[in-house]
Design a protein. Structure first.
Length: 331
């Protein structure tokens, strides 16, 4: 299929996904959980964008909204020049082939009653890939070898594999339909460190070989630094800083990013921007604070932060949602 040469492969603009809070016998909506609010991000073909933040910040909801596994209330999700949020179910079907996801828990995402050969071949059958079942079996065998599994194991059931092997099966399943972009939702967080490294190396090899783009959702900045070309930092449903990974790690602009980096031992403390580690609790997304969402935990808070939403300031390739960020005019 074609690719959009005039811009990024995926562009998300002003995405908003809120969930109603229903109470009472009639289950009336009495409020909303503001899971995702005014999110902008883009993923270039053949590159990795990491979406990072603390648990509950809305990262997974962004990924699920892009795939339309959750219904967004507003915004645009433009993939290869087409706004996916405007498509009906029939028009969306071809894009489900080109956009795949690898979940955090591989065992939960694999049908325990199916042999892994059939799990991997299921998408091929759905999208008409392969001339017949024999051809699809050959393709599954090739995919097993590509993700560094023994093809003879394809007739086993998911419970017969280790966690790392199951995640390789999930990656093979995603690859089986020839996607252009894979959303990895905490895809290595449930694995031990040595297995994480193996899976991350595999993902890099596949990207180099196949030209894949990744949206890598994670809370682990060590993983971000190793894998991602670009990073978007998320807090309470908003992107607070984004840019090339090397620049963000070298000189973070937002106090939240600076606080997150304090928890990464390998980062030189002289390059973290001087902010202390994060403290305090994340506010409820059903009642976010006024002004800057981060002001209740920010060590550099000013009076205006409590009442005015900060603008998104840009300097070069880096953007930050903060009054103190370079380019804001008020730093």
């Amino acid at each position: 299929m074609s690719t959009n040469a005039s811009g990024p492969l995926l562009r998300v603009e002003r995405l908003r996904t809120w969930f109603p809070i229903n109470r009472g016998l009639m289950r009336r909506a009495v409020g909303h959980v503001q899971a995702v609010t005014d999110v902008h991000l883009s993923v270039e073909a053949g590159r990795t964008l990491a979406l990072v933040g603390e648990s509950g910040c809305g990262k997974t909801t962004v990924g699920r909204s892009i795939l339309r596994l959750e219904q967004a209330q507003a915004g645009r999700v433009i993939f290869d020049g087409v706004d996916l949020l405007e498509l009906d179910a029939a028009a969306m079907r071809p894009y489900r082939q080109r956009l795949q996801i690898v979940f955090q828990d591989p065992l939960a995402s694999l049908n325990p009653r199916m042999r892994v050969r059939d799990i991997v071949a299921e998408g091929m059958r759905s999208f008409g890939i392969g001339s017949d079942e024999s051809d699809r079996t050959d393709r599954v065998a090739h995919l097993f070898e590509r993700v560094q599994l023994d093809a003879a194991q394809m007739w086993r059931y998911p419970h017969e594999f280790s966690g790392g092997q199951r995640q390789r099966i999930c990656i093979a399943r995603a690859l089986a339909v020839d996607p252009q972009l894979i959303i990895c939702d905490e895809a290595v967080s449930a694995l031990d460190v040595s297995i994480q490294a193996q899976i991350l190396n595999l993902l890099r090899e596949l990207q180099d070989e196949l030209g894949l783009a990744y949206l890598f959702i994670t809370h682990d900045l060590g993983v971000v630094r190793y894998l991602a070309h670009d990073v978007a930092v998320m807090y309470l449903g908003q992107i607070v800083e984004s840019g090339p990974t090397a620049q963000i790690f070298e000189s973070p602009s937002h106090p939240y990013t600076q606080g997150l980096l304090q928890a990464v031992p390998s980062v030189d403390p002289q390059r973290r921007g001087g902010a202390p580690p994060l403290s305090g609790d994340v506010p409820s997304p059903s009642a976010p604070p006024g002004g800057c969402y981060f002001h209740t935990r920010c060590p550099l808070v000013m009076d205006r932060c409590r009442s005015e939403p900060p603008p998104v300031a840009s300097q070069g390739a880096v953007s930050a949602r903060c009054f103190l960020a370079p380019g804001s005019g008020s730093e």
